[in-house]
Design a protein around this ligand. Structure first.
Ligand code: ISL
Length: 536
């Protein structure tokens, strides 16, 4: 089978916030169908859909009630099949979210097959990612069940072989329908240490991140399902280091094609976790991305991302979403898209969409945010302090509706949106993609380069200016080709020696150089040397 996914660019759709076709305020599949031409215009190869399965939506679809049914608000199985056809007609592929670490407590397995879940007479001290204990007492059974996420998301017991076979059967059902792969939700948490030991300060993660049988389970899944199809697989894996990544993605290991690391996303937080804000040190980011680039080179495969439905908007996070919004959005895209791996673009990133700052907690919808707020308010932490963290890191930053145009509700819905639209939509929306300096147009070019220049897929990585706290620069080299990428992560204008090669792309109008490279605020410049003719 070809490794087509090594040259692919993936676009993530969060269906609830993408496009509402029927005016109920919730995005849906017909809405996605209407926007397929927009996605083809961008040039992406693969669409990844966040969960569209039947769900009571305690965690917006990551709590699945029925794996083989479409969520009513999103449409019908017929709509789904039309969408899949529409994707394939345009030469794109469709990847589904596979959430099999847990189900909804409303899944019929929870009552009919309690042996598919994890029960204990006594809970240990593990805390849930969504606040409070990870154990919930069940009155009828008089036992506790494990839920690493909300109490409506009981963890599945992967020790149970029948359960595993049910999951594999369900996966085959979707693949036989023609879907082109899976993004696997927290898939490195499916194997728990069967002693269930307490964790330090309630942190159970050492006992279920990359747990004892996880590689065995993934190899079994590969053998029984994945290896029969020409698909792409990506595992979401908090707490996976490069050593783990090599085991999960090494081609001879027969597990997954690539994983999502969290390491670069955790650099701007303190020891207590994401809500403890800490400024990013660029040298930390460079060191981390370098490690993944170098260690996985010819040993595994990277996924490349700045954004998804759980992360704040990158332009507000590592860029400057005020004066230099467009420049910094393009600079960040440049930095990421010339790395080795498969890039993922999250809806709205291609427009330079920003974080949102609602003043009232009532405007937030995300269970992680709301539970955290409630728990910390009860501990006496002031509202203002919590809102500061929520504005910077809350998952709803990514979940405000897609900004299509400057009409009411950004053209997302004719009804009341399930979450408020970011008030900056008259300024930032997809209609503006036709402007000459649009972020969208820049993403189109980056996506196209990946198809044209082999070095982006194959080249090695070398970090330049290691100690510089403002400049992220690197080269990529393969055969007779070399790329040199310079990114100014600051507002400070800088002068550096002019690299060799011709300018491939930059995010500012060209300027005269007298043998030096002058980088303006958030400027990105990429140079190319090799056999390909550029700009003709
Ligand atoms: O980052 C984390 C731990 O280090 C957690 O916040 C969590 O593991 C991560 O966000 C997992 O996310 C995925 O699974 C969740 C769901 O809410 C997210 O939307 C999804 O991306 C539970 O299904």
């Amino acid at each position: 089978m070809t490794e087509w996914w090594k040259k692919a660019v993936v676009y993530q759709i969060y269906p609830r916030s993408f496009m509402d076709s029927d005016g109920d305020g919730i995005g849906d599949i017909q809405g996605i169908i209407r926007k397929l031409d927009y996605l083809a215009e961008l040039g992406v190869d693969v669409l990844w859909l966040s969960p569209v399965y039947d769900s009571p939506n305690d965690d917006n679809g990551y709590d699945i009630r029925d794996y083989q049914k479409i969520m009513q608000e999103f449409g019908t199985m017929d709509d789904f099949e039309r969408m899949l056809e529409g994707v394939h007609e345009r030469g794109m592929r469709l990847v589904m979210d596979l959430v099999v670490n847990h189900t909804s407590d409303e899944h019929n397995w929870f009552t009919q097959r309690p042996d598919y879940y994890i029960w204990k007479d006594q809970p240990n001290n593990w805390r849930s990612f969504f606040s409070g204990s990870a154990w919930q007492f069940d009155e009828e059974r008089e036992q506790y069940y494990l839920h690493l996420f909300s109490k409506k998301q009981p963890d599945l017991n992967w020790e149970n072989e029948e359960l595993r076979n049910e999951v594999y059967k369900m996966m085959r059902w979707w693949l036989d329908k023609g879907v082109d792969g899976f993004r696997m939700d927290v898939i490195n948490m499916i194997s728990k240490d069967q002693d269930f030991p307490d964790g330090i300060d309630g942190d159970g993660t050492p006992h279920f991140f990359n747990g004892p049988r996880v590689h065995e389970f993934l190899q079994e899944m590969n053998e029984k399902v994945l290896s029969d199809y020409d698909i792409v697989t990506v595992g979401e894996m908090p707490g996976a280091a490069t050593e783990d990544a090599k085991l999960y993605t090494g081609p001879d290991r027969r597990e997954l094609n690539m994983i999502f690391t969290f390491e670069h996303m955790n650099l701007d937080q303190g020891p207590s976790g994401k809500w403890e804000l800490q400024p990013l040190r660029l040298t930390d980011l460079k060191e981390n991305l370098e490690k993944w680039q170098v260690e996985l080179f010819e040993k595994g495969w990277n996924s490349l991302y700045w954004n998804n439905h759980d992360q704040p908007r990158i332009v507000s996070r590592f860029g400057n979403d005020a004066q230099y919004r467009k420049q910094s959005a393009k600079m960040l895209a440049t930095c990421l898209h010339f790395l080795q791996g498969t890039p993922y673009i999250y809806q709205g990133e291609e427009l330079g969409m920003t974080n949102v700052a609602f003043s009232s907690i009532d405007e937030y919808r995300d269970i992680e945010t709301l539970n955290m707020y409630k728990e910390k308010r009860a501990q006496g932490i002031p509202h203002e302090e919590l809102m500061k963290s929520i504005h910077a890191k809350g998952r709803d930053n990514a979940r405000t509706p897609m900004q299509w145009d400057d009409s009411l509700n950004a053209g997302f819905t004719k009804g009341d949106p399930w979450i408020s639209v970011n008030p900056n939509y008259p300024e930032i929306n997809a209609e503006k993609r036709h402007e000459a300096d649009s972020v969208f147009g820049y993403y189109q070019k980056l996506i196209a380069f990946r198809k044209e220049l082999e070095v982006i897929t194959k080249g090695n990585f070398k970090l330049l200016h290691r100690e510089d706290e403002e400049i992220f620069a690197y080269t990529r080299r393969a055969a007779d080709e070399q790329l040199t990428v310079y990114c100014n992560f600051s507002e400070t204008p800088r002068e550096l020696p002019l690299p060799t090669g011709q300018v491939l792309i930059g995010n500012y109008p060209p300027q005269e150089n007298q043998g030096v490279m002058k980088l303006r605020p958030y400027e990105a410049l990429c140079f190319y040397e090799g056999h390909q003719k550029i700009g003709e």
